[in-house]
Design a binder for this molecule. Sequence first.
Ligand SMILES: Cc1cc2nc3c(=O)[nH]c(=O)nc-3n(C[C@H](O)[C@H](O)[C@H](O)COP(=O)(O)OP(=O)(O)OC[C@H]3O[C@@H](n4cnc5c(N)ncnc54)[C@H](O)[C@@H]3O)c2cc1C
Length: 265
Amino acid sequence: MFAIAMTEPGTGSDLANIATTAKLSADGTHYVLDGAKTFITGGALADRVLVVCRTSAFDATNRRAGLSILVVDTTSEGFAVGRKLDKIGLKASDTAELSFSSVRVPVEDRLGEEGAGFSYLTHNLAQERLTIAIGASATAAAAVQHALAYTKERDVFGKPVASFQNTKFVLAECSADVEAIRQFVDRALELHNAGELTVPDAARVKLFATETAGRVIDKCLQLHGGYGYVLEYPIARLYADTRVSRIYGGTSEVMKTIIAKDLGL
Ligand SMILES: Cc1cc2nc3c(=O)[nH]c(=O)nc-3n(C[C@H](O)[C@H](O)[C@H](O)COP(=O)(O)OP(=O)(O)OC[C@H]3O[C@@H](n4cnc5c(N)ncnc54)[C@H](O)[C@@H]3O)c2cc1C
């Protein structure tokens, strides 16, 4: 199992600020890796961790230079798993702190060219963002299905919740939102399959899908009344699990900065 370790206690959105260092040995055979990572999905169970680290000193005139990606064997001396973070959702996936104390990494285990890490990340994060948008599409659609089923069964004031005009209007809005997400995600998938999904377009689809899914799931939870707040109901788990989609893979605010730059702003 693999994990990818970009985020550090001191930096998340600003990846160029990564402080974990990898120094090449005098004989050029290996790197010596030192630093700490946090929020790493699958980090506690991974066999290999792709670690984004600094292989040359920070250069304020070119902040993106000097980052590389090393593939670290988690049985290496000096590698340690710290706390598993206690999240509000996504309970089935571990999210861990990792530390690296003078971990020896053979030069052959560097992924790609030295110093090109930032551009590899920029390129590949587009696919990760599309994947997150696909998840948002599925969870929003599921939320509407759960709300439809629940409101038909639950009687209040002697009639099903589904019979109130408010319920019909809310679910109609949610249904339109779900369809809009699906169309946008399908279009992005087509572009991805054609090798044409740009970084700004991936940011657009992630922003729209995750923000819209968040609103849809919140409205569907509301239709469940108090039961929507109880984890034994699927809508509560969807609410908790989906919240992070607006944060990981790059926050909504970071998506907006990418899109704004694409607009020439
Ligand atoms: C469950 C989970 C799993 C994760 N898995 C991984 C993983 O596998 N690997 C990994 O490397 N990371 C992972 N992360 C980390 C995740 O990618 C970061 O949390 C995320 O990128 C935000 O970084 P941060 O938490 O340091 O927030 P910060 O960067 O400190 O941001 C704080 C706030 O400032 C805002 N902000 C930042 N920059 C700007 C700006 N320019 N303009 C306006 N607002 C701004 C942000 O949007 C946010 O609202 C995971 C996180 C979670 C919660």
